[in-house]
Design a binder for this molecule. Structure first.
Ligand code: SAM
Length: 156
């Protein structure tokens, strides 16, 4: 295991029956094939130039905003800020293959397209797979790469 990451949700859904703590975090596991195995880690696009404020393994990211649900409601949809701006931006390069065996509403599928990666996924529920397809169709190939390169040119 390379990193175990805690996604902390500052705005967790309330515990409706008041019988549990609110579910305010999820765990991401970043694993590789072994200690010597090659892996990608794009430090610069996810970190500020200040070494004192490097991104840690605890990520404070809000739950899915309404604007990401325009193509349909899906209860366990993950925020693009989590998958796009952090997980896949950090760990993939243009042309990589992203495989998501539990595609759901397709957040990884959208992100892979925006990062110019290939994508393969599996999803049991037909209606959910169609939602993923709608979201992916509406996304822009290479869109995130373009956004990032524009930001670097503007900041320079
Ligand atoms: C937690 S959701 C994925 C959420 C996704 N990351 C997103 O942003 O929408 C898990 C999905 O895996 C699907 N699933 C569960 N078991 C599966 C299996 N054996 N093969 C394919 N899909 C499966 C479920 O139908 C569900 O939509």
């Amino acid at each position: 295991m390379v990193n175990q990451i805690t996604w902390h949700k500052p705005d967790p859904p309330p515990s409706v029956q008041h019988t549990t703590f609110t579910h305010a975090h999820e765990t991401l596991i970043w694993a590789s094939k072994g200690t010597g195995a090659r892996r990608t880690f794009n430090h610069d696009p996810i970190n500020s130039p200040d070494p004192a404020s490097q991104v840690s393994s605890v990520w404070h990211i809000s739950t899915v905003p309404k604007r990401e649900k325009l193509h349909g409601y899906y209860p366990t949809q993950k925020p693009l800020r989590l998958v796009r701006r952090r997980a896949l931006l950090a760990s993939t390069a243009r042309g990589h293959l992203v495989f998501d065996p539990f595609t759901g509403s397709g957040t990884t599928a959208v992100t892979a397209k925006e990062l110019n990666c290939f994508f393969a996924g599996a999803e049991l529920e037909g209606e959910v797979a169609r939602l993923a397809a709608r979201r992916r169709t509406a996304s822009e190939r290479g869109g995130l790469l373009r956004e990032i390169s524009e930001r670097f040119w503007t900041d320079a």
